[in-house]
Design a protein around this ligand. Structure first.
Ligand code: HDE
Length: 711
């Protein structure tokens, strides 16, 4: 929404820096009006260009320096503005103002990202997604730099460069782009048992979301809440999408990467432009400080979740994205997050992964944005004014008056003053810390398989099947058999059948693992340690299966209507209206982009032709009836394209509605050969077809019929 009403303190602040070229004259960067932007200044019209052409030089110089380094990880991103509304006060647990006043609204900017791929790679890579939220609070910026998976590959920051080097394209030939399916990634993983829980998440369909609006967000680490009295709680942060958690099939993801590599970016942009604002419930898991050691895992270990059955998630707020950025580079590219951007009432824990992150994020902005003044870039500015004695540096914007840039001072009347705690001055939580200086991993971090098992066992049968196939796909790309074998050796500790099934398909044998393990104390043997594994408190966690998150809504769904000249306008209009009333979008796909006439003489303009899009870009298909329309769809040059649409949507377990007169298409497609009832296939025989169609789309997919639909 270009000029929507979703204005808040932050978007207001950005306005000062926003410009529109409408009705303006072209100028140089110095404000000089330009009279000829077509030709450079030459010695004669066929002569050499003159060095004195300052207009040419300025233009080309600026162009030459337009690029900045992309993020070393999370390079590809999409962002949006929005608002966080607190529905339930957390004053009992934290003094952070944006979390204590019920009904309070805080402006936010959110950036979603893939991790491994370059800026120009595809949205649909199998990967973790970043979910970074900047809260512009009255007490300063608070960044919750989250992911769509609640655990991480490694337990200690010192392994992060190794992990990233392993997953990024291989350094000799820069292959493969935005993919973990290669030797170096699986070599590293197979030697890092602590990564196995995360690998279960990464091989699940969570790594190929249907949209950003259908992903969860997790703070991953345990953080701390501190209330006015100084009482401490550990806290885990959650964002739960109002539309449920949904993903596409891997085969679909691969096709989308070709047909529309910007699939997620486009979905986010278009949803917001249409006013279908993505929304999440914000939740917290709270653990009193004194209960820190009550769990069969360590709260400081980022490869572990706190199962919701053990500590329920309390939903306390709503995150809504309601405004697209005006400029991708200025906002989405230049936004700089940092887990160390805190407000009073929130603090870190000693999670050794988090501790390393606290160094990395400012450091990386220095090379990416080129100056310690990156906080002055409009998107990064706090809505609370900034007052300190930091000065100068590249691209300084603020003009601070006066002689004083030190403290203590008397010349400036002592300003700016330190703030007392009661005035909102930040104080770190007082924590007793003692211990020998050691380069070691805590023994409480050693159980690497219980929660990997918990995740796997909590998946529905189709989800397990997809996970298994993802492992087979990925490991089949590994050229070194020993790596494949070693990884299978890890899977044995999670699920023997899974290990056996994968091994069979990737041509290795299931062997017991036997290799040096760098993440364990030197004297520990991983197998012995595993045999000490405790019976877990929770064996199945419902929250871990996407199947359990289905909501009864078609909001934000995109439905492809396959139409042709002479279509039965009455019938298709009825379905379209009902879908649109419920927040879905309908797009017409026809043999060509030429306007077409309906049975009642009205004109329709198709958005797509049968060759310019594909079924993978839609959640469901409606095949419009009408004698002439069906005839046209059946002519040889159209028939195979239409059947391809239908068969592919069928294979990907989508809802398909065949309206009156489309029997020949139905019979010629794979749908006609189905042996059993299928709730997501609606035909001309169904009474209340539109309602059934809507119901089927709301279920997302009939994954449980995948085997049958593909047989
Ligand atoms: Fe990051 N991470 N990270 N990370 N991370 C970056 O910062 C890093 C980790 C996450 O949209 C970088 O500005 C280290 C966990 C997101 O701009 C960099 C370690 C989680 C984003 C960096 C981690 C994240 C980043 C690259 C291990 C989930 C994108 C560019 C110690 C909780 C933010 C940048 C955006 C980006 C370092 C691990 C989330 C290099 C050293 C765990 C969402 O600073």
């Amino acid at each position: 929404m270009k000029d929507n009403k979703n204005i808040n303190e932050k978007t207001d602040q950005l306005k000062v820096h926003t410009t529109l070229n409408e009705n303006e004259k072209l100028t140089t960067n110095q404000g000089l009006k330009i009279n000829n932007n077509q030709d450079s200044l030459k010695a004669g019209d066929r002569g050499p260009t003159l060095l004195e052409d300052f207009i040419l030089r300025e233009k080309i110089t600026h162009f030459d320096h337009e690029r900045i380094p992309e993020r070393v990880v999370h390079a590809r991103g999409s962002g949006a503005h929005g608002v966080f509304k607190l529905n339930k006060s957390l004053a009992q647990y934290t003094k952070a103002k944006f979390l204590t006043e019920e009904g309070k609204e805080t402006p936010v900017f959110v950036r979603f990202s893939t991790v491994a791929g370059s800026r120009g790679s595809t949205d649909l890579a199998r990967d973790v997604r970043g979910f970074a939220v900047k809260f512009y609070t009255e007490e300063g910026n608070y960044d919750l730099v989250a992911n769509n998976m609640p655990v991480f590959f490694i337990q200690d920051a010192i392994k992060f460069p190794d992990l990233v080097h392993a997953v990024k394209p291989e350094p000799d030939n820069e292959i493969p782009q935005a993919a973990s399916a290669h030797d170096t990634f699986w070599d590293f993983i197979s030697l890092m048992p602590e990564s196995m829980h995360m690998i279960m998440w990464l091989m699940s369909d969570r790594a190929i979301p249907r949209s950003f609006s259908r992903m969860e967000g997790f703070g991953v680490h345990s953080f701390k809440f501190i209330n006015e009295e100084g009482k401490v709680h550990f806290v885990k942060f959650h964002f739960k999408p109002k539309l449920g958690v949904h993903s596409v099939a891997w085969d679909e993801a691969q096709r989308i990467s070709g047909v529309d590599p910007d699939f997620h970016k486009r979905d986010l942009w278009e949803s917001i432009e249409k006013g279908i604002f993505p929304e999440w419930d914000f939740g917290v898991q709270l653990i009193p400080e004194e209960d820190e050691h009550k769990f069969d895992f360590d709260l400081l270990d980022p490869t572990k979740i706190v199962p919701e059955e053990v500590v329920p998630v309390q939903l306390v707020g709503t995150l809504t994205l309601n405004k697209n950025p005006d400029n991708f580079f200025a906002e989405t590219e230049q936004v700089a997050f940092h887990p160390g951007h805190l407000v009073p009432g929130i603090d870190f824990t000693n999670d050794p992964l988090l501790q390393g992150r606290l160094f990395s994020y400012t450091d990386t902005q220095l090379s990416r944005l080129g100056s310690p003044n990156f906080h002055e870039i409009p998107i990064n500015r706090s809505i609370n004014t900034v007052h300190n004695n930091q000065r100068d540096g590249h691209m300084r914007q603020q003009i601070v008056k006066g002689k004083v840039s030190y403290e203590p001072n008397s010349i400036g009347g002592g300003c700016p003053f330190q703030a007392m705690m009661k005035e909102g001055g930040f104080t770190s939580q007082e924590e007793r810390v003692s211990g020998k200086k050691v380069r070691e991993r805590s023994k409480s971090f050693v159980d690497h398989y219980s929660q990997a098992k918990l995740f796997y066992n909590s998946q529905s049968t189709p989800e397990k099947f997809h996970l298994q196939n993802a492992l087979i796909f990925e490991l089949s790309k590994v050229t070194i058999p020993e790596i494949r074998e070693r990884l299978v050796g890890q899977l044995v500790y999670i699920d023997k059948f899974l290990a056996w099934r994968v091994a069979e398909k990737i041509g290795v044998e299931v062997k017991e693992l036997d290799f040096p393990n760098q993440s364990l104390p030197a004297d520990a043997n991983p197998i012995d340690l595993q045999s000490e594994e405790k019976e877990p408190e929770v064996k199945i966690s419902e929250a871990l299966s996407m199947q359990n998150t289905i909501k009864n809504t078609v909001k934000g769904r995109k439905i492809g209507f396959i139409v042709a000249g002479g279509l039965d306008a009455g019938a298709s209009d009825e379905v379209k209206t009902k879908l649109e009333e419920k927040g879905a979008t309908v797009e017409l796909i026809a043999p060509s982009l030429a306007p077409l006439r309906t049975s009642d003489g009205s004109t329709l303009i198709p958005k797509h032709s049968l060759t310019s899009t594909a079924s993978v870009c839609f959640d469901a298909l409606y095949i419009a009836g009408g004698e002439d329309a069906v005839k046209e769809l059946l002519i040889p040059e159209n028939k195979h394209l239409v059947l391809h649409f239908i068969n592919e949507a069928y294979k990907h377990c989508k809802a398909i509605y065949f309206d009156e007169g489309t029997q020949p298409l139905y019979m010629n497609s794979n749908v006609g050969a189905r042996a059993h009832e299928d709730p997501a296939i609606i035909t001309w025989e169904d009474k209340n077809g539109a309602e059934k169609f809507i119901h089927a789309i709301a279920k997302h997919r009939v994954w449980e019929l995948e085997q049958e639909r593909n047989s």
